[in-house]
Design a protein around this ligand. Structure first.
Ligand SMILES: *Cc1c(COP(=O)(O)O)cnc(C)c1O
Ligand SMILES: [Zn+2]
Length: 419
């Protein structure tokens, strides 16, 4: 019944064992959850034949355009919301520091983060299996994404978030009707708890890196960016990194486009982590092409969506970036805040701290003379700033409080030279 002509197999990132499509739900049993994440391998000859014609003739406004490279046999299983199809804004018109700088604003997704790209495929897979309940643990965005997209598809959700998750993200969960457990512990603890509970009840698990379709969804941002630039990809792209799934997806997307001959090169993919949550960057620095060594740590950063000490997609995130020829860098919370304000003031894009992190990486690389003026740069903005308004309060001034009197306003206008 299953048409397996598009997906060839699922392959373990560590031991390389291949499995039939849909043979496993989650990870390689030999290598375990952390090292045994699976890659979706397509029948690339078939994709090569179909991809461009399909894309060019599609009038879908979103990721459905890229169907030949996406892991669903029945596109109707995706939730009935617009997933991706987000704008790519020029930034070089606002700065003369770099000739071409493009901002991909994924804050415009249905639940306001990049996570919707991945969640869509987890929901599709749960529907394919006829499962009625989904669960996940999340720093906030994957959870609100699951709650929203599942709601649109009539699927029940049980969500685990750290108690300290920003209020806006928890409000999203509740308004979408999720059953919410606020865990008195870290994200890493909530993750392990959700995995246990999902196993107990047979719920489909959308936690980061668990199932192979999440990274597939996350690659759609790369496909879109390349398409929006008429397949002439940037020289370098900056991506913020927590669990490592988005960056893995973006590497895979650019790689597959080259493999099927749609583009003639890949951008250098640069992962940006917060200084206080740099487990993947550290593993990357140790990596020499053999086994990825994992040393988890406690995470400390104000960018809650990337406050991850035990990253679940670490093996792919290290191997893919290595193979891409890319690298990792670290930025301070101070740099993140500056980038957040700069992006909002200069380009009108309000990014949450974790999203502004990619931009902070770009700014640091530019300041260090690591970029050429004629480099073509892409920056992925992964979430909307309204997700965490407390985070910006420290970076911006208080409003002027006045009585409703012209004279009071005039005094301040003149004092500030606004007239
Ligand atoms: C989840 C998230 C990230 C990091 O993605 P990973 O796949 O965890 O590396 C970055 N920014 C935002 C806004 C996110 O929600
Ligand atoms: Zn394996």
């Amino acid at each position: 019944m299953i048409n397996t002509s598009k997906i060839n197999s699922l392959r373990c990132i560590t031991c390389g064992t291949t499995y039939e499509p849909y043979e496993l739900d989650y990870t390689c049993p030999e290598c375990g959850a952390r090292r045994g994440t699976l890659e979706v391998i397509y029948n690339y000859d078939k994709v090569r034949e179909e991809f461009l014609d399909f894309v060019e003739s599609s009038d879908e406004p979103d990721i459905r355009k890229y169907e030949p490279l996406l892991p669903v046999e029945d596109i109707g299983l995706l939730p009935p919301l617009r997933i991706g199809g987000t704008p790519l804004y020029p930034y070089h018109d606002m700065t003369d520091e770099i000739d071409e700088l493009w901002i991909k604003d994924d804050g415009g997704n249905p639940t306001a983060s990049y996570k919707d790209r991945a969640t869509a495929f987890a929901v599709a897979e749960a529907r394919r299996q006829g499962l009625k309940t989904m669960t996940c643990a999340s720093t906030g965005n994957a959870a609100s994404s699951l709650a929203g997209l599942a709601a649109s598809a009539g699927v029940e959700t049980v969500i685990f978030v750290p108690k300290a998750a920003p209020g806006a993200k928890i409000a999203q969960l509740l308004v979408y009707g999720a059953n919410v457990f606020a865990v008195d512990g870290s994200y890493d603890q909530a993750y392990d708890l959700a995995t246990e509970v999902a196993g107990e009840y047979g719920w489909y698990n959308r936690s980061a890196a668990m199932n192979p379709y999440l990274v597939e969804g996350k690659k759609s941002g790369a496909l879109e960016m390349a398409h929006q630039l008429a397949w002439d990809v940037p020289d370098r792209v900056f991506v913020s990194v927590g669990d490592g799934s988005i960056i893995s997806g973006i590497c895979k997307g650019f790689k597959e486009l080259e493999k099927i001959g749609v583009t003639d090169k890949k951008p250098e993919v640069i992962g940006v982590q917060a200084e206080g949550a740099d487990t993947i960057a550290n593993a990357f620095d140790r990596y020499e092409g053999e086994e990825v060594t994992i040393e988890d740590q406690e995470a400390y950063t104000m960018a809650d969506s990337i406050s991850v000490g035990k990253p679940r997609d670490i093996v792919k995130a290290v191997k893919y970036v290595y193979e891409n020829g890319g690298r990792y860098m670290r930025v301070s919370d101070e740099e993140i805040k500056e980038a957040q304000v700069e992006l909002a003031r200069n380009r009108g894009v309000f990014a949450e701290p974790a999203a502004a992190t990619a931009c902070a990486g770009f700014r640091q690389a530019l300041a260090n003379g690591e970029l050429n003026k004629d480099d073509r740069i892409g920056v992925f903005i992964t979430g909307n700033g309204l997700k965490d308004i407390d985070a910006v309060k420290e970076s911006v001034p208080e409003p002027e409080v006045v009585n409703p009197e012209l004279s009071e306003v005039k005094e301040i206008v003149e004092e500030k030279g606004l007239n």
